[in-house]
Design a protein around this ligand. Structure first.
Ligand SMILES: [Fe+2]
Ligand SMILES: [Fe+2]
Length: 266
């Protein structure tokens, strides 16, 4: 079994220092083998915001897999035009826009869906779709396959997620790659649910786990939170740990079992 701390939407520059310190001190978070951060590390992509985010990641004291969000692309900046939209992200956070970790139990691929302020809902390219399938091609069948992206790749029934551009392409790639679980952020809304097959050729369900905003003041009717995930073969437990004003506490735990291609809430 592996434990993942799924953090998202830190928004350094518009963050709450007290919440950030409490998160770093959270005993449950310390139990995680890996932290996955699904984007929007900064509020405006400024250098001091990336420096603060870098320091925060270092203080987690564990392996971290990170993907960028739309807020990590600076607005109206010459760097964006001439050096690259994610130059600062790559300088301070990681040069690898598609990180991949396979630790023998879980295989996690990060996907960069951030494009520009004009494409706030993100996008996947054909190259990324092919790369996703290729990344998991040699991963043994008994390993739990996870994709982490800032923007929602799938919208389970009953949820109101706005999907990325070329969402059909993303669904097909997730199916082709045999992905079990997708981690996302962006909407600052925490939930976990199985995405049912639809008219597209999706042979099996994918468990969609969205994280709220861990430490930012950009709250959208929901307090700060992060997800603590326990991943075992064909089984996933998602505990949403909410900020209560003093520390983080588990309010909601969902257990899913993967049976015959479907994620069943148990
Ligand atoms: Fe955000
Ligand atoms: Fe975002």
């Amino acid at each position: 079994m592996r434990t993942i701390a799924h953090l998202s939407d830190l928004h350094f520059g518009r963050h709450d220092d007290q919440v950030a310190e409490a998160l770093l001190a959270d005993a449950s978070l310390k139990t995680a083998d890996l932290a996955v951060v699904t984007g929007d590390l900064t509020q405006r992509g400024r250098i001091h915001q990336f420096e603060a985010a870098r320091s925060f990641l270092d203080r987690l004291g564990k392996p971290v897999l990170v993907v960028p969000g739309n807020h990590d692309i600076p607005l109206y900046n010459l760097i964006q035009r001439f050096v690259g939209r994610l130059a600062r992200y790559q300088r301070f956070i990681t040069g690898d826009l598609h990180p991949f970790i396979d630790d023998g139990e879980i295989a996690v691929l990060g996907l960069n869906t951030a494009r520009s302020a004009a494409i706030a809902n993100g996008r996947i390219s054909k190259e990324q779709a092919h790369a996703m399938v290729a990344a998991f091609a040699d991963v043994p069948a008994d390993r739990t396959r996870i994709v982490a992206a800032h923007h929602p790749l799938l919208a389970p029934k009953g949820t109101a997620s706005t999907l990325i551009g070329r969402a059909v392409l993303a669904r097909e790639a997730l199916s082709g790659a045999g992905v079990h679980i997708v981690l996302g952020g962006h909407h600052h809304h925490a939930f976990s649910a199985a995405s049912a097959p639809d008219s597209v050729d999706v042979r099996r369900e994918v468990l969609v786990i969205q994280a709220g905003t861990a430490i930012s003041r950009r709250l959208r009717g929901e307090t700060n939170s992060y997800n603590l995930l326990q991943i075992a073969p064909n089984r996933a437990t998602c505990a949403i740990r909410l900020w209560n004003g003093a520390d983080f506490e588990t309010r909601e735990t969902s257990v899913f079992v993967f049976v015959d291609g479907k994620w069943v809430r148990s």
